[in-house]
Design a protein around this ligand. Structure first.
Ligand code: BGC
Length: 288
């Protein structure tokens, strides 16, 4: 007889969402969040604002969506502005950092979030699909991280602000380790984000710069709407998630606040999986 796995049929407890307040652990820190006009980036920008940071809301298209995020962060009493830039363009990234330095003086926290999917069966994937995803998801993170590290090194630690000279949070994905058929460009970009993050961290940790990633699983955002917008799709999705619920963008925001704060000061070069257990091989709940 094969060993029996844990039983998951019958009544399961209902999902209860976290509602506790985010503590103000980032008071006065200057943060830049890329791709902050929707989905995870928006939730991260608002969470950093709730934690006390002043925020630059980067976006590429849809300025009206960025302005809504600005209004939400303004209501929290923080300084905030939106800035349009394509993170895969060196000149635009450098202009964005220059404006941030003019308006806020410096940067303490970079959340490298901007990313996209351009899915196709592998033999139909065009070079343009490949390059777009790699340019935004990987090169974009490189360009922004490089500008941030230059400023962190120039300025050094200001101990009234933070124990570290600067913090970078890279938005990765469970697909930095889970292969993903039909999404080869995306999975390759996130595998790249993982090694880039760890390698930068190893190089700049002596300067008291912390670089870590978050690997979200299935989070309810526009990027994966097909996976959660019908009850049937959700049931299929739950087969991949031991915790049997979809994640909410605010849960990634809370993780980003922790990684950006001195609460995680001894954390360097990790990937924090926030995925309801998606990386626990749920196919092995029974059998194997
Ligand atoms: C992707 C989503 C997907 C999730 C889990 C994310 O990185 O962007 O589309 O639902 O991984 O597979």
């Amino acid at each position: 007889m094969p060993p029996s796995g844990a039983k998951t049929d019958g009544e399961l407890p209902e999902a209860v969402m976290p509602t506790c307040e985010i503590r103000e652990v980032l008071t006065g820190q200057k943060a830049l969040v890329t791709g902050a006009n929707s989905g995870i980036g928006k939730a991260v920008a608002v969470a950093l604002g709730r934690a006390g940071a002043d925020v630059v809301v980067n976006y590429n298209s849809r300025p009206e969506a960025a302005e809504e995020v600005v209004a939400e962060i303004e209501r929290l009493g923080r300084r905030v502005f939106a800035h349009q830039a394509d993170v895969s363009r060196e000149d635009q990234v450098q202009a964005m950092f220059q404006r941030m330095f003019q308006e806020f003086g410096t940067i303490d926290i970079l959340v490298n979030n901007a990313g996209l999917q351009k899915d196709a069966p592998f033999d139909q994937m065009t070079l343009a699909d490949w390059q777009l995803v790699l340019n935004v998801n990987l090169t974009g993170q490189f360009l922004c991280a490089r500008e941030a590290v230059r400023e962190f090194k120039r300025r050094g630690v200001v101990k009234e602000v933070s124990c570290a000279a600067g913090k970078i949070v890279s938005m990765s994905s469970v697909h930095e380790v889970i292969p993903w058929a039909g999404h080869v460009n995306y999975a390759a970009s996130k595998g790249g984000v993982m090694m880039m993050t760890k390698s930068i961290s190893q190089e700049v940790a002596p300067y008291r710069i912390r670089v870590n990633s978050i690997a979200p699983g299935a989070i309810r955002t526009p990027i994966n709407m097909a996976a959660w917008s019908t009850p049937e799709a959700l049931q299929e999705l739950y087969k991949l998630i031991p915790y049997r619920r979809i994640g909410e963008p605010d849960e990634i925001g809370r993780a980003a606040v922790w990684l950006a704060s001195d609460d995680s000061d001894y954390v360097n070069g990790i990937t924090l999986f926030v995925d309801g257990g998606m990386t626990l091989y749920p196919g092995f709940e029974s059998g194997g």
